[in-house]
Design a protein around this ligand. Structure first.
Ligand code: SF4
Length: 138
């Protein structure tokens, strides 16, 4: 995929921590393609548009229901917490570089336990490690 990427609020941190885990082969392959773009040289310049509906990561998810999700309550709560923490608004556009700067400024190490409560991937520790690495780099 080229051009602008759409992310719902909690997917900024998910993209930071992604290490190949997902809900299905199709979901994981699609997310890997998006994350590879962000992590490639020049990836910090990729433009991301914020949406509060199903986004480009959700597109092939087996739990997606149209523009919503079969776990809409849990996912909306995740989005609300991440949007508040990162100051994200519907339709806002920012680069991946700006998003990472915002994460560093607004999400201290150890914050994911509260921010990501209910996410099945949290206990793996991969996202916390990625957050820690980002803080160390910046
Ligand atoms: S713990 Fe879950 S919601 Fe939080 S960044 Fe990781 S994958 Fe995303």
């Amino acid at each position: 995929m080229s051009g602008k990427v759409q992310f719902r609020p909690h997917h900024f941190l998910c993209a930071l921590g992604f290490q190949g885990k997902g809900y299905s082969h199709g979901f994981t392959a699609n997310m890997a393609g998006i994350v590879d773009r962000l992590r490639a040289p020049g990836g910090d310049a990729v433009e991301i548009e914020v949406t509060f509906q199903a986004d480009h990561i959700c597109a092939p998810c087996p739990h997606r229901r149209g523009t919503s999700c079969e776990n809409a309550g849990k996912i909306s709560a995740l989005d609300a917490r991440h949007a508040a923490a990162l100051g994200l608004h519907d339709g806002e556009r920012l680069t991946w570089g700006a998003a990472q700067a915002r994460i560093v400024a607004a999400v201290p190490e150890g914050a994911l336990a509260q921010l990501c409560a209910g996410c099945q991937w949290h206990e793996l520790g991969l996202c916390a490690r990625a957050l820690s690495d980002l803080h160390a780099r910046r």
